[in-house]
Ligand binder design. Structure first.
Ligand code: HEC
Ligand code: HEC
Ligand code: HEC
Ligand code: HEC
Ligand code: HEC
Length: 342
Protein backbone atom coordinates (compact mmCIF):
# COMPACT_ATOMS: atom_id res chain seq x y z
CA UNK A 1 0.00 0.00 0.00
CA UNK A 2 1.49 3.36 -0.94
CA UNK A 3 1.03 6.04 1.66
CA UNK A 4 1.59 9.68 0.80
CA UNK A 5 2.79 11.68 3.74
CA UNK A 6 1.92 15.32 3.31
CA UNK A 7 4.47 17.77 4.69
CA UNK A 8 5.30 15.83 7.80
CA UNK A 9 8.03 18.32 8.60
CA UNK A 10 5.72 21.17 9.45
CA UNK A 11 6.42 20.60 13.14
CA UNK A 12 10.10 21.22 12.55
CA UNK A 13 9.41 24.35 10.52
CA UNK A 14 7.44 25.77 13.44
CA UNK A 15 10.27 24.68 15.74
CA UNK A 16 12.88 26.60 13.72
CA UNK A 17 10.70 29.71 13.46
CA UNK A 18 10.12 29.98 17.16
CA UNK A 19 13.67 28.81 17.88
CA UNK A 20 14.92 32.34 17.06
CA UNK A 21 12.91 33.65 19.99
CA UNK A 22 13.65 30.87 22.43
CA UNK A 23 12.74 27.32 23.18
CA UNK A 24 9.76 28.01 25.41
CA UNK A 25 7.30 28.15 22.51
CA UNK A 26 8.75 25.05 20.93
CA UNK A 27 8.20 23.06 24.10
CA UNK A 28 4.72 24.51 24.42
CA UNK A 29 3.83 23.52 20.87
CA UNK A 30 5.08 19.98 21.22
CA UNK A 31 3.17 19.41 24.43
CA UNK A 32 -0.08 19.33 22.47
CA UNK A 33 1.09 17.97 19.19
CA UNK A 34 0.90 14.34 18.12
CA UNK A 35 4.11 14.74 16.10
CA UNK A 36 6.16 13.20 18.86
CA UNK A 37 9.53 11.67 18.06
CA UNK A 38 8.67 8.62 20.04
CA UNK A 39 5.99 6.56 18.28
CA UNK A 40 4.30 5.36 21.44
CA UNK A 41 4.05 8.98 22.62
CA UNK A 42 2.24 9.88 19.38
CA UNK A 43 -0.38 7.22 20.02
CA UNK A 44 -0.72 8.18 23.69
CA UNK A 45 -1.12 11.85 22.72
CA UNK A 46 -3.87 10.91 20.25
CA UNK A 47 -5.77 9.04 22.97
CA UNK A 48 -5.35 12.05 25.27
CA UNK A 49 -6.47 14.43 22.51
CA UNK A 50 -9.54 12.30 21.86
CA UNK A 51 -10.38 12.25 25.59
CA UNK A 52 -9.87 16.03 25.85
CA UNK A 53 -12.31 16.48 22.94
CA UNK A 54 -9.63 18.00 20.69
CA UNK A 55 -10.96 16.01 17.73
CA UNK A 56 -14.39 17.47 18.47
CA UNK A 57 -13.10 21.04 18.62
CA UNK A 58 -11.53 20.88 15.14
CA UNK A 59 -14.00 18.44 13.53
CA UNK A 60 -17.33 19.44 15.14
CA UNK A 61 -19.64 18.26 12.33
CA UNK A 62 -18.00 14.86 11.92
CA UNK A 63 -17.89 14.44 15.69
CA UNK A 64 -21.62 15.16 16.06
CA UNK A 65 -22.47 12.62 13.37
CA UNK A 66 -20.21 9.97 14.88
CA UNK A 67 -21.46 10.61 18.42
CA UNK A 68 -25.02 9.79 17.33
CA UNK A 69 -23.98 6.70 15.39
CA UNK A 70 -23.96 3.08 16.55
CA UNK A 71 -20.17 3.12 16.16
CA UNK A 72 -19.89 5.55 19.09
CA UNK A 73 -22.30 3.32 21.07
CA UNK A 74 -20.79 -0.04 20.08
CA UNK A 75 -19.69 -0.65 23.68
CA UNK A 76 -22.35 1.12 25.75
CA UNK A 77 -25.18 -0.29 23.58
CA UNK A 78 -27.47 -2.13 26.01
CA UNK A 79 -28.44 -4.74 23.43
CA UNK A 80 -24.77 -5.55 22.97
CA UNK A 81 -23.98 -5.64 26.69
CA UNK A 82 -26.94 -7.91 27.38
CA UNK A 83 -25.83 -10.35 24.66
CA UNK A 84 -22.14 -10.26 25.59
CA UNK A 85 -22.85 -10.85 29.27
CA UNK A 86 -24.16 -14.31 28.31
CA UNK A 87 -20.80 -15.25 26.77
CA UNK A 88 -18.26 -16.63 29.27
CA UNK A 89 -15.16 -15.71 27.23
CA UNK A 90 -16.47 -12.45 25.79
CA UNK A 91 -13.03 -10.77 26.02
CA UNK A 92 -11.74 -13.04 23.26
CA UNK A 93 -14.99 -13.72 21.40
CA UNK A 94 -16.90 -10.42 21.40
CA UNK A 95 -15.34 -7.35 22.96
CA UNK A 96 -12.48 -6.93 20.45
CA UNK A 97 -14.81 -5.50 17.77
CA UNK A 98 -17.05 -3.49 20.08
CA UNK A 99 -14.09 -1.65 21.72
CA UNK A 100 -11.15 -2.26 19.37
CA UNK A 101 -7.61 -0.94 19.23
CA UNK A 102 -6.88 1.18 16.13
CA UNK A 103 -7.17 -1.18 13.18
CA UNK A 104 -4.34 0.49 11.23
CA UNK A 105 -2.11 -0.67 14.09
CA UNK A 106 -3.52 -4.20 14.51
CA UNK A 107 -3.96 -4.63 10.73
CA UNK A 108 -6.77 -3.72 8.32
CA UNK A 109 -8.63 -6.95 7.50
CA UNK A 110 -7.24 -8.78 10.55
CA UNK A 111 -9.36 -9.65 13.56
CA UNK A 112 -9.31 -6.54 15.79
CA UNK A 113 -7.83 -6.63 19.31
CA UNK A 114 -9.53 -5.51 22.51
CA UNK A 115 -8.60 -2.04 23.77
CA UNK A 116 -7.80 -1.81 27.45
CA UNK A 117 -8.75 1.87 27.86
CA UNK A 118 -11.66 4.16 26.97
CA UNK A 119 -13.82 1.18 26.11
CA UNK A 120 -16.98 3.28 26.36
CA UNK A 121 -15.97 5.19 23.21
CA UNK A 122 -16.63 2.02 21.18
CA UNK A 123 -15.58 2.29 17.54
CA UNK A 124 -13.99 5.73 17.95
CA UNK A 125 -12.25 8.03 15.46
CA UNK A 126 -8.93 6.50 16.50
CA UNK A 127 -10.11 2.97 15.71
CA UNK A 128 -10.55 3.87 12.04
CA UNK A 129 -7.90 6.58 11.53
CA UNK A 130 -4.89 6.39 13.88
CA UNK A 131 -1.61 4.77 12.88
CA UNK A 132 1.31 3.64 15.04
CA UNK A 133 3.07 7.02 14.63
CA UNK A 134 0.19 9.18 15.84
CA UNK A 135 -0.77 10.24 12.26
CA UNK A 136 -4.32 10.29 10.89
CA UNK A 137 -4.94 8.37 7.68
CA UNK A 138 -7.78 9.29 5.35
CA UNK A 139 -8.66 10.32 1.80
CA UNK A 140 -6.62 13.19 0.28
CA UNK A 141 -6.75 16.23 2.62
CA UNK A 142 -6.90 19.92 1.69
CA UNK A 143 -5.15 21.43 4.71
CA UNK A 144 -2.44 20.83 7.28
CA UNK A 145 -2.63 20.94 11.02
CA UNK A 146 0.03 21.14 13.70
CA UNK A 147 -1.98 18.63 15.71
CA UNK A 148 -1.57 15.51 13.60
CA UNK A 149 0.06 14.46 10.35
CA UNK A 150 -2.34 13.64 7.48
CA UNK A 151 -1.57 10.49 5.53
CA UNK A 152 -3.43 9.68 2.31
CA UNK A 153 -4.31 6.00 2.33
CA UNK A 154 -6.32 4.26 -0.46
CA UNK A 155 -8.05 2.03 2.11
CA UNK A 156 -10.58 4.82 2.80
CA UNK A 157 -11.92 4.93 -0.73
CA UNK A 158 -11.83 1.16 -1.26
CA UNK A 159 -15.40 -0.21 -1.46
CA UNK A 160 -15.10 -2.64 1.48
CA UNK A 161 -11.52 -2.95 2.83
CA UNK A 162 -11.93 -0.88 6.00
CA UNK A 163 -15.44 -2.08 6.84
CA UNK A 164 -14.61 -5.79 6.28
CA UNK A 165 -12.28 -5.70 9.27
CA UNK A 166 -15.38 -5.92 11.49
CA UNK A 167 -18.32 -6.50 9.12
CA UNK A 168 -16.77 -9.38 7.20
CA UNK A 169 -14.59 -11.56 9.43
CA UNK A 170 -14.86 -15.12 8.07
CA UNK A 171 -14.93 -16.53 11.61
CA UNK A 172 -17.89 -14.29 12.59
CA UNK A 173 -20.63 -15.00 10.02
CA UNK A 174 -23.28 -13.45 12.34
CA UNK A 175 -21.86 -10.02 11.59
CA UNK A 176 -21.06 -10.37 7.91
CA UNK A 177 -22.57 -7.88 5.47
CA UNK A 178 -19.53 -7.91 3.19
CA UNK A 179 -19.64 -11.32 1.50
CA UNK A 180 -23.24 -10.98 0.29
CA UNK A 181 -22.39 -7.45 -0.90
CA UNK A 182 -19.39 -8.69 -2.90
CA UNK A 183 -21.53 -11.10 -4.91
CA UNK A 184 -24.20 -8.45 -5.66
CA UNK A 185 -24.78 -6.11 -8.57
CA UNK A 186 -23.88 -3.19 -6.26
CA UNK A 187 -20.25 -4.36 -6.11
CA UNK A 188 -20.08 -4.58 -9.91
CA UNK A 189 -21.13 -0.95 -10.23
CA UNK A 190 -18.14 0.21 -8.21
CA UNK A 191 -20.26 1.07 -5.20
CA UNK A 192 -19.20 0.37 -1.66
CA UNK A 193 -20.51 0.29 1.89
CA UNK A 194 -20.06 4.06 2.05
CA UNK A 195 -22.40 4.62 -0.93
CA UNK A 196 -25.42 3.91 1.27
CA UNK A 197 -24.04 4.41 4.79
CA UNK A 198 -21.77 7.47 4.47
CA UNK A 199 -23.47 9.94 2.07
CA UNK A 200 -21.19 12.34 0.18
CA UNK A 201 -21.05 15.90 1.57
CA UNK A 202 -19.02 18.93 0.47
CA UNK A 203 -17.95 21.04 3.45
CA UNK A 204 -15.04 22.36 5.49
CA UNK A 205 -13.66 19.14 6.96
CA UNK A 206 -12.34 20.98 10.03
CA UNK A 207 -12.45 24.40 11.65
CA UNK A 208 -8.83 24.79 10.50
CA UNK A 209 -9.67 24.17 6.79
CA UNK A 210 -9.99 26.91 4.16
CA UNK A 211 -11.40 24.90 1.32
CA UNK A 212 -14.69 23.00 1.12
CA UNK A 213 -13.93 19.53 -0.16
CA UNK A 214 -15.88 16.39 -0.82
CA UNK A 215 -16.04 14.04 2.11
CA UNK A 216 -18.56 11.68 3.63
CA UNK A 217 -21.02 11.91 6.49
CA UNK A 218 -20.10 9.81 9.49
CA UNK A 219 -23.70 8.81 10.23
CA UNK A 220 -23.76 5.08 9.32
CA UNK A 221 -27.54 4.96 9.37
CA UNK A 222 -28.71 1.38 9.44
CA UNK A 223 -31.67 -0.45 10.86
CA UNK A 224 -32.55 2.31 13.32
CA UNK A 225 -33.24 4.76 10.51
CA UNK A 226 -36.77 4.79 9.14
CA UNK A 227 -35.53 6.45 5.93
CA UNK A 228 -33.00 3.66 5.41
CA UNK A 229 -35.64 0.99 6.05
CA UNK A 230 -38.05 2.61 3.56
CA UNK A 231 -35.36 2.30 0.89
CA UNK A 232 -34.57 -1.31 1.71
CA UNK A 233 -37.22 -3.17 -0.31
CA UNK A 234 -40.04 -2.87 -2.81
CA UNK A 235 -43.40 -4.66 -2.62
CA UNK A 236 -45.92 -5.45 -5.36
CA UNK A 237 -49.28 -7.24 -5.36
CA UNK A 238 -50.55 -9.29 -8.26
CA UNK A 239 -54.06 -10.72 -8.11
CA UNK A 240 -55.41 -13.48 -10.26
CA UNK A 241 -58.81 -14.99 -9.44
CA UNK A 242 -58.50 -16.67 -6.08
CA UNK A 243 -54.77 -16.10 -5.70
CA UNK A 244 -52.58 -13.19 -4.72
CA UNK A 245 -48.88 -13.03 -5.32
CA UNK A 246 -46.81 -10.70 -3.10
CA UNK A 247 -43.52 -9.84 -4.71
CA UNK A 248 -40.63 -8.55 -2.59
CA UNK A 249 -37.69 -6.89 -4.28
CA UNK A 250 -34.58 -6.29 -2.18
CA UNK A 251 -32.86 -2.94 -2.76
CA UNK A 252 -30.34 -3.47 0.04
CA UNK A 253 -26.64 -3.89 -0.72
CA UNK A 254 -26.40 -7.11 1.29
CA UNK A 255 -28.60 -9.76 2.87
CA UNK A 256 -31.87 -8.32 4.16
CA UNK A 257 -32.29 -8.01 7.08
CA UNK A 258 -28.60 -7.15 7.44
CA UNK A 259 -28.19 -8.38 11.02
CA UNK A 260 -28.99 -11.73 12.62
CA UNK A 261 -31.13 -10.19 15.39
CA UNK A 262 -33.53 -8.54 12.94
CA UNK A 263 -36.74 -9.88 11.41
CA UNK A 264 -38.84 -8.73 8.46
CA UNK A 265 -42.52 -9.47 8.86
CA UNK A 266 -44.69 -9.71 5.80
CA UNK A 267 -48.33 -9.41 6.79
CA UNK A 268 -51.11 -10.03 4.27
CA UNK A 269 -54.76 -9.39 5.19
CA UNK A 270 -58.04 -9.70 3.39
CA UNK A 271 -60.56 -7.06 4.45
CA UNK A 272 -64.23 -6.68 3.57
CA UNK A 273 -65.40 -3.30 2.22
CA UNK A 274 -66.45 -2.52 5.82
CA UNK A 275 -62.92 -3.13 7.00
CA UNK A 276 -63.63 -6.43 8.73
CA UNK A 277 -60.71 -8.84 8.67
CA UNK A 278 -61.61 -12.07 6.89
CA UNK A 279 -58.20 -13.61 6.79
CA UNK A 280 -54.63 -12.86 7.80
CA UNK A 281 -51.25 -14.45 7.22
CA UNK A 282 -47.73 -13.58 8.45
CA UNK A 283 -44.35 -14.63 7.17
CA UNK A 284 -41.12 -13.97 9.10
CA UNK A 285 -37.89 -13.45 7.23
CA UNK A 286 -34.73 -13.69 9.34
CA UNK A 287 -31.37 -15.39 9.77
CA UNK A 288 -33.02 -17.68 12.31
CA UNK A 289 -35.51 -18.85 9.67
CA UNK A 290 -32.70 -19.12 7.16
CA UNK A 291 -34.68 -17.17 4.57
CA UNK A 292 -33.08 -13.72 4.35
CA UNK A 293 -33.28 -11.99 0.96
CA UNK A 294 -30.05 -11.78 -1.00
CA UNK A 295 -29.11 -8.36 -2.40
CA UNK A 296 -30.53 -8.68 -5.90
CA UNK A 297 -33.32 -11.06 -5.00
CA UNK A 298 -36.92 -10.75 -6.09
CA UNK A 299 -39.13 -13.24 -4.25
CA UNK A 300 -42.83 -13.99 -4.60
CA UNK A 301 -45.11 -15.46 -1.94
CA UNK A 302 -48.42 -16.75 -3.23
CA UNK A 303 -51.55 -16.92 -1.06
CA UNK A 304 -54.84 -18.58 -1.68
CA UNK A 305 -57.63 -16.00 -1.31
CA UNK A 306 -60.50 -18.02 -2.81
CA UNK A 307 -62.88 -16.45 -0.28
CA UNK A 308 -62.27 -12.95 -1.70
CA UNK A 309 -65.32 -11.27 -3.23
CA UNK A 310 -65.80 -8.08 -5.22
CA UNK A 311 -65.02 -4.98 -3.15
CA UNK A 312 -62.71 -6.77 -0.70
CA UNK A 313 -59.26 -5.31 -0.15
CA UNK A 314 -56.06 -7.31 -0.04
CA UNK A 315 -53.43 -5.45 1.92
CA UNK A 316 -49.76 -6.35 2.32
CA UNK A 317 -47.34 -4.70 4.74
CA UNK A 318 -43.62 -5.29 5.17
CA UNK A 319 -42.42 -4.46 8.67
CA UNK A 320 -39.09 -4.45 10.50
CA UNK A 321 -38.59 -5.83 13.99
CA UNK A 322 -35.31 -4.69 15.58
CA UNK A 323 -34.93 -7.54 18.08
CA UNK A 324 -37.11 -10.48 19.11
CA UNK A 325 -38.09 -8.40 22.16
CA UNK A 326 -39.39 -5.44 20.11
CA UNK A 327 -43.19 -5.24 20.62
CA UNK A 328 -45.47 -5.07 17.57
CA UNK A 329 -46.31 -1.45 18.36
CA UNK A 330 -42.66 -0.55 17.66
CA UNK A 331 -42.27 -2.43 14.38
CA UNK A 332 -41.36 -0.07 11.53
CA UNK A 333 -43.45 -0.08 8.36
CA UNK A 334 -41.02 -0.39 5.46
CA UNK A 335 -43.47 -0.50 2.55
CA UNK A 336 -47.06 -1.50 1.80
CA UNK A 337 -49.47 -2.12 -1.08
CA UNK A 338 -53.16 -2.85 -1.44
CA UNK A 339 -55.52 -4.12 -4.09
CA UNK A 340 -59.30 -3.95 -4.36
CA UNK A 341 -60.84 -7.14 -5.75
CA UNK A 342 -62.79 -6.24 -8.92
C1 HEC B 1 -15.54 -9.39 14.04
C2 HEC B 1 -16.02 -8.37 14.92
C3 HEC B 1 -17.14 -8.72 15.90
C4 HEC B 1 -17.12 -9.69 16.87
C5 HEC B 1 -15.99 -10.65 17.20
C6 HEC B 1 -18.38 -9.59 17.56
N1 HEC B 1 -19.13 -8.57 17.03
FE1 HEC B 1 -21.04 -8.05 17.59
N2 HEC B 1 -21.13 -6.74 16.07
C7 HEC B 1 -20.13 -6.52 15.14
C8 HEC B 1 -20.64 -5.71 14.07
C9 HEC B 1 -19.85 -5.26 12.87
C10 HEC B 1 -22.00 -5.44 14.37
C11 HEC B 1 -23.00 -4.65 13.54
C12 HEC B 1 -23.46 -5.44 12.34
C13 HEC B 1 -24.38 -6.56 12.65
O1 HEC B 1 -25.28 -6.41 13.49
O2 HEC B 1 -24.20 -7.62 12.02
C14 HEC B 1 -22.29 -6.10 15.63
C15 HEC B 1 -23.51 -6.06 16.29
C16 HEC B 1 -23.83 -6.78 17.42
C17 HEC B 1 -25.11 -6.78 18.06
C18 HEC B 1 -26.33 -5.98 17.65
C19 HEC B 1 -26.44 -4.79 18.54
C20 HEC B 1 -27.72 -4.02 18.35
O3 HEC B 1 -27.76 -2.89 18.83
O4 HEC B 1 -28.67 -4.53 17.80
C21 HEC B 1 -25.02 -7.64 19.11
C22 HEC B 1 -26.11 -8.00 20.12
C23 HEC B 1 -23.68 -8.18 19.12
N3 HEC B 1 -22.97 -7.62 18.08
C24 HEC B 1 -23.20 -9.10 20.03
C25 HEC B 1 -22.00 -9.75 19.92
C26 HEC B 1 -21.60 -10.85 20.77
C27 HEC B 1 -22.43 -11.43 21.90
C28 HEC B 1 -20.37 -11.24 20.35
C29 HEC B 1 -19.53 -12.40 20.87
C30 HEC B 1 -20.17 -13.70 20.82
C31 HEC B 1 -19.98 -10.36 19.26
N4 HEC B 1 -21.01 -9.48 19.03
C32 HEC B 1 -18.78 -10.43 18.58
C33 HEC B 1 -18.83 -6.99 15.20
C34 HEC B 1 -18.41 -8.03 16.00
C1 HEC C 1 -6.10 21.84 15.51
C2 HEC C 1 -7.14 21.27 14.72
C3 HEC C 1 -7.25 19.76 14.62
C4 HEC C 1 -7.34 18.85 15.64
C5 HEC C 1 -7.26 19.11 17.15
C6 HEC C 1 -7.61 17.58 15.01
N1 HEC C 1 -7.62 17.71 13.66
FE1 HEC C 1 -7.93 16.25 12.30
N2 HEC C 1 -7.60 17.53 10.78
C7 HEC C 1 -7.38 18.88 10.91
C8 HEC C 1 -7.22 19.47 9.59
C9 HEC C 1 -6.96 20.94 9.29
C10 HEC C 1 -7.35 18.42 8.66
C11 HEC C 1 -7.37 18.51 7.14
C12 HEC C 1 -8.81 18.86 6.74
C13 HEC C 1 -9.02 19.10 5.27
O1 HEC C 1 -8.61 18.24 4.48
O2 HEC C 1 -9.61 20.13 4.94
C14 HEC C 1 -7.59 17.23 9.44
C15 HEC C 1 -7.76 15.98 8.88
C16 HEC C 1 -8.09 14.84 9.60
C17 HEC C 1 -8.32 13.54 9.03
C18 HEC C 1 -8.21 13.20 7.56
C19 HEC C 1 -6.77 12.89 7.24
C20 HEC C 1 -6.55 12.69 5.78
O3 HEC C 1 -5.37 12.67 5.36
O4 HEC C 1 -7.51 12.54 5.04
C21 HEC C 1 -8.65 12.71 10.04
C22 HEC C 1 -8.98 11.25 9.92
C23 HEC C 1 -8.61 13.48 11.26
N3 HEC C 1 -8.27 14.76 10.96
C24 HEC C 1 -8.90 12.96 12.51
C25 HEC C 1 -8.69 13.65 13.70
C26 HEC C 1 -8.81 13.04 15.01
C27 HEC C 1 -9.24 11.61 15.27
C28 HEC C 1 -8.51 14.00 15.92
C29 HEC C 1 -8.41 13.86 17.43
C30 HEC C 1 -7.40 12.89 17.92
C31 HEC C 1 -8.19 15.22 15.17
N4 HEC C 1 -8.32 14.95 13.84
C32 HEC C 1 -7.83 16.41 15.74
C33 HEC C 1 -7.33 19.57 12.10
C34 HEC C 1 -7.40 19.02 13.37
C1 HEC D 1 -13.48 -1.66 14.13
C2 HEC D 1 -14.72 -2.33 13.80
C3 HEC D 1 -15.63 -1.68 12.78
C4 HEC D 1 -15.31 -1.11 11.59
C5 HEC D 1 -13.94 -0.93 10.97
C6 HEC D 1 -16.55 -0.69 10.99
N1 HEC D 1 -17.60 -1.01 11.82
FE1 HEC D 1 -19.57 -0.64 11.48
N2 HEC D 1 -20.04 -1.39 13.30
C7 HEC D 1 -19.15 -1.99 14.18
C8 HEC D 1 -19.86 -2.46 15.35
C9 HEC D 1 -19.25 -3.18 16.54
C10 HEC D 1 -21.22 -2.11 15.16
C11 HEC D 1 -22.40 -2.45 16.06
C12 HEC D 1 -22.66 -1.46 17.11
C13 HEC D 1 -23.85 -1.92 17.97
O1 HEC D 1 -24.97 -1.93 17.46
O2 HEC D 1 -23.62 -2.26 19.12
C14 HEC D 1 -21.29 -1.44 13.85
C15 HEC D 1 -22.46 -0.94 13.30
C16 HEC D 1 -22.58 -0.45 12.01
C17 HEC D 1 -23.81 -0.10 11.35
C18 HEC D 1 -25.19 -0.30 11.95
C19 HEC D 1 -25.87 0.87 12.46
C20 HEC D 1 -27.26 0.54 12.96
O3 HEC D 1 -27.97 1.48 13.12
O4 HEC D 1 -27.64 -0.63 13.16
C21 HEC D 1 -23.51 0.32 10.09
C22 HEC D 1 -24.49 0.78 9.03
C23 HEC D 1 -22.08 0.21 9.95
N3 HEC D 1 -21.54 -0.25 11.14
C24 HEC D 1 -21.40 0.50 8.79
C25 HEC D 1 -20.00 0.48 8.67
C26 HEC D 1 -19.29 0.89 7.48
C27 HEC D 1 -19.93 1.39 6.21
C28 HEC D 1 -17.96 0.72 7.75
C29 HEC D 1 -16.78 1.03 6.86
C30 HEC D 1 -16.65 2.44 6.47
C31 HEC D 1 -17.84 0.22 9.10
N4 HEC D 1 -19.11 0.08 9.64
C32 HEC D 1 -16.64 -0.08 9.75
C33 HEC D 1 -17.80 -2.14 13.98
C34 HEC D 1 -17.08 -1.63 12.92
C1 HEC E 1 -15.91 3.19 11.12
C2 HEC E 1 -14.75 3.92 10.67
C3 HEC E 1 -14.66 5.41 10.91
C4 HEC E 1 -14.82 6.08 12.12
C5 HEC E 1 -15.23 5.52 13.46
C6 HEC E 1 -14.49 7.46 11.85
N1 HEC E 1 -14.20 7.63 10.52
FE1 HEC E 1 -13.55 9.34 9.63
N2 HEC E 1 -13.58 8.42 7.81
C7 HEC E 1 -13.88 7.10 7.59
C8 HEC E 1 -13.90 6.84 6.17
C9 HEC E 1 -14.23 5.53 5.49
C10 HEC E 1 -13.56 8.07 5.53
C11 HEC E 1 -13.44 8.34 4.03
C12 HEC E 1 -14.69 9.05 3.53
C13 HEC E 1 -14.50 9.55 2.11
O1 HEC E 1 -14.39 8.71 1.22
O2 HEC E 1 -14.48 10.78 1.93
C14 HEC E 1 -13.35 9.04 6.61
C15 HEC E 1 -12.97 10.37 6.41
C16 HEC E 1 -12.66 11.26 7.43
C17 HEC E 1 -12.15 12.60 7.25
C18 HEC E 1 -11.82 13.26 5.91
C19 HEC E 1 -13.02 14.01 5.41
C20 HEC E 1 -13.98 13.12 4.76
O3 HEC E 1 -15.18 13.11 5.17
O4 HEC E 1 -13.60 12.37 3.84
C21 HEC E 1 -12.00 13.17 8.48
C22 HEC E 1 -11.53 14.59 8.79
C23 HEC E 1 -12.44 12.19 9.44
N3 HEC E 1 -12.84 11.03 8.79
C24 HEC E 1 -12.46 12.40 10.81
C25 HEC E 1 -13.06 11.53 11.72
C26 HEC E 1 -13.31 11.87 13.12
C27 HEC E 1 -12.94 13.18 13.78
C28 HEC E 1 -13.93 10.79 13.66
C29 HEC E 1 -14.51 10.64 15.06
C30 HEC E 1 -15.42 11.71 15.49
C31 HEC E 1 -14.02 9.76 12.63
N4 HEC E 1 -13.51 10.26 11.47
C32 HEC E 1 -14.52 8.47 12.81
C33 HEC E 1 -14.11 6.15 8.57
C34 HEC E 1 -14.30 6.40 9.92
C1 HEC F 1 -27.57 -0.20 -1.74
C2 HEC F 1 -27.43 0.33 -0.41
C3 HEC F 1 -26.57 -0.40 0.60
C4 HEC F 1 -25.25 -0.80 0.48
C5 HEC F 1 -24.35 -0.71 -0.75
C6 HEC F 1 -24.86 -1.33 1.78
N1 HEC F 1 -25.92 -1.26 2.65
FE1 HEC F 1 -25.91 -1.77 4.61
N2 HEC F 1 -27.90 -1.36 4.75
C7 HEC F 1 -28.69 -0.86 3.73
C8 HEC F 1 -30.08 -0.79 4.18
C9 HEC F 1 -31.26 -0.32 3.35
C10 HEC F 1 -30.10 -1.27 5.52
C11 HEC F 1 -31.31 -1.43 6.44
C12 HEC F 1 -31.98 -2.77 6.28
C13 HEC F 1 -31.24 -3.94 6.83
O1 HEC F 1 -30.44 -4.55 6.08
O2 HEC F 1 -31.40 -4.31 7.97
C14 HEC F 1 -28.71 -1.61 5.83
C15 HEC F 1 -28.30 -2.09 7.07
C16 HEC F 1 -26.97 -2.29 7.43
C17 HEC F 1 -26.51 -2.66 8.74
C18 HEC F 1 -27.39 -2.83 9.94
C19 HEC F 1 -27.77 -4.24 10.12
C20 HEC F 1 -28.49 -4.45 11.41
O3 HEC F 1 -28.70 -5.58 11.78
O4 HEC F 1 -28.83 -3.50 12.08
C21 HEC F 1 -25.15 -2.80 8.68
C22 HEC F 1 -24.25 -3.19 9.80
C23 HEC F 1 -24.76 -2.52 7.32
N3 HEC F 1 -25.88 -2.22 6.58
C24 HEC F 1 -23.45 -2.57 6.86
C25 HEC F 1 -23.08 -2.49 5.52
C26 HEC F 1 -21.77 -2.80 5.01
C27 HEC F 1 -20.60 -3.22 5.86
C28 HEC F 1 -21.81 -2.61 3.66
C29 HEC F 1 -20.73 -2.90 2.63
C30 HEC F 1 -20.35 -4.30 2.51
C31 HEC F 1 -23.15 -2.16 3.33
N4 HEC F 1 -23.90 -2.12 4.48
C32 HEC F 1 -23.61 -1.84 2.06
C33 HEC F 1 -28.25 -0.48 2.49
C34 HEC F 1 -26.99 -0.71 1.97
Amino acid sequence: MDFTITRRHIGHIIGVGFGLFGCVFVTLMSSFTLRADNQADGVAAAYQGFRDRKCQSCHPAIWREWENSMHAKAWVDEIYQAAASQIPDRETKCDQCHAPQPILITGVGKMPKLRDRDQESGVSCLVCHLDAHGAMHGPPASAETYFHANVTNPVYTDPTALCSTCHGQPSVPEHDQVSSFLSSKFAEKNQGCATCHMPVVTRLQSTASYERIKGRKHTWRGSRSVAQLRRAAGLQLEYETGKVSVKLQSKTGHVLPGGTLRTLILEVVLLTSDGIERWKQEISISAKNNNRLSPDESRAYTFDVASATTGDTIKAELMYQLTPATPESAWVLMTEASYVVP
